[in-house]
Structure formats: structure tokens, C-alpha cells
Design a protein around this ligand. Structure first.
Ligand SMILES: NC(=O)c1ccc[n+]([C@@H]2O[C@H](COP(=O)([O-])OP(=O)(O)OC[C@H]3O[C@@H](n4cnc5c(N)ncnc54)[C@H](OP(=O)(O)O)[C@@H]3O)[C@@H](O)[C@H]2O)c1
Length: 201
């Protein structure tokens, strides 16, 4: 997501809302590897983990609202969707980029579509770039990520591994919205793997 655009570069101020989840824990590491100054929004219980991934600054959403904090960001990656576009734009630089990977809070299936439409339409009338996150895998990006992984700069944060028989519980856990990294479902265990998979942190 950060790679698809030329804007997440060295020295850019990047804010990641939802930095402690499956996407956010990778986004923090990728943004740091690209040389950005990373501000992570997460709860108290995840603050140290997110700092350990490289975040320069943490905003605890249980005690502060990032849209009311001082500072302007070149890039705002929103993985939660709990703040209005107006509020998010308030902390975005005039030429900044807002990328949303989240649906608006609500619940029905129309919610995410309406949110995407709102992001796109808003982008037509403001100076900032407003984009929904639409992924198209590119070989160059995957090679870049493989390089980061090989250098130890990008490590998966795995919260739990579940057997396939517990898939429903695993999906339920992720759907609760409070995952602490990736949740893995093991479809077929590899015979060579004897030790349980643990979190990278
Ligand atoms: N996973 C994927 O591969 C994928 C791919 C494309 C798009 N997406 C979309 O990207 C979004 C994020 O996905 P995800 O997989 O990273 O989610 P996730 O793993 O379920 O993580 C959610 C994280 O958000 C945190 N959080 C909850 N409320 C928050 C708040 N108000 N402010 C800041 N952080 C908050 C939670 O931490 P606490 O427990 O501390 O609240 C949790 O760590 C979703 O909308 C998803 O649909 C995901």
C-alpha cells in the first residue's frame, strides 16, 4: 500500500491509524524502511510493541484523538475509519495524501461502498489526494518486500496460529477488531515444522 505511491519517501511524515493490527504492523515497518517519520495510533496495550516495530511516535487512541493533536502529515493511512474525512484532512498537509483501507463504521455492506465513494468524491474537490486502498500486486513491490524481509526489516507479527478446525473462532477473533497482528490458520501443517510459530516480537 505504501509502495504503490511515490509519496511515502524519506523524511515524509506518515500517520498510521490502526497501527497494531495485521495491516498496521506491516505498514509501520515498511514506512520506516522507506525512511518516513512514523506516527502510530494504537491503544495503550500495543504502544510498546508498535514502538519496537519502529514507530517514532505513538498516539494512544484511548486518551487522545489524533485528529485534534498538533502536527500535519504528508501521508495518513487510515485502517480504522473511525474519524470523519473532514477531521482527518485537518491533520493532513495541504498537498498530503489520505489512503483509506477501512470502511466507515456502520455495519451493512453498503457502508464500505459509500465510504469509498465519499473518499473518491472528496478527492475531486480538495487540494489533498484522497484514495481508497485498492491493491494491485506488482512484481517490483513484491521483490522490494522480499528484500526487506531478507534484511530483517520486515517481520510478520503473528498473534496466534489456529488449526483449520478452529477457523471459525479465528475469523471471529479478527472480526472483533482487536487483533494484535496477523492471525494464521494452518491448513496443513508442514511435517518439518516441529516448533510452534511465535510472534516475531
Ligand atoms: N488484513 C488484510 O490483509 C487486509 C487487507 C486489505 C484491507 N484490509 C482492511 O484494513 C483494515 C485493517 O485491517 P487489519 O487486518 O489490520 O485489522 P485488524 O488486524 O483486525 O486490526 C485492528 C487493529 O486496530 C486497532 N484499533 C481498534 N480500534 C482502534 C482505534 N479506534 N484507533 C486505532 N486503532 C484501533 C486494534 O487494536 P486494539 O485492540 O488496541 O483496539 C487492532 O490492533 C480493515 O478495514 C480491513 O478490512 C485488511
Amino acid at each position: 500500500m505504501l509502495l504503490c505511491h511515490p509519496w511515502a519517501t524519506a523524511g515524509q511524515a506518515v500517520l498510521i491509524n490502526g497501527a497494531s493490527g495485521g495491516v498496521g504492523t506491516s505498514a509501520v515497518q515498511i514506512a520506516k524502511a522507506l525512511g518516513a517519520e512514523v506516527t502510530a495510533v494504537c491503544s495503550t496495550r500495543h504502544a510498546e510493541r508498535v514502538r519496537a516495530l519502529g514507530a517514532d511516535r505513538v498516539i494512544d487512541y484511548t486518551t487522545a484523538d489524533f485528529t485534534c493533536e498538533p502536527g500535519r502529515y504528508d501521508v495518513l493511512l487510515d485502517l480504522v475509519g473511525n474519524r470523519s474525512l473532514t477531521a482527518c484532512r485537518r491533520v493532513l498537509a495541504p498537498e498530503g495524501v489520505f489512503v483509506s483501507s477501512a470502511g466507515a463504521p456502520g455495519g451493512n455492506w453498503l457502508g464500505p461502498l459509500m465510504w469509498i465513494a465519499k473518499v473518491v468524491v472528496t478527492g475531486l474537490v480538495v487540494s489533498q489526494t484522497m484514495r481508497p486502498l485498492l491493491m494491485r500486486p506488482r512484481r517490483a513491490d513484491l521483490e522490494f518486500l522480499a528484500g526487506l524481509a531478507a534484511e530483517g526489516k520486515l517481520r510478520p507479527v503473528i498473534e496466534r496460529c489456529h488449526p483449520l478446525t478452529a477457523a471459525a473462532a479465528a475469523v471471529g477473533h479478527v472480526a472483533d477488531g482487536h487483533a494484535q497482528g496477523k492471525t494464521v490458520i494452518i491448513v496443513r501443517d508442514h511435517p518439518a515444522r516441529t516448533a510452534p510459530v511465535r510472534s516475531a516480537r
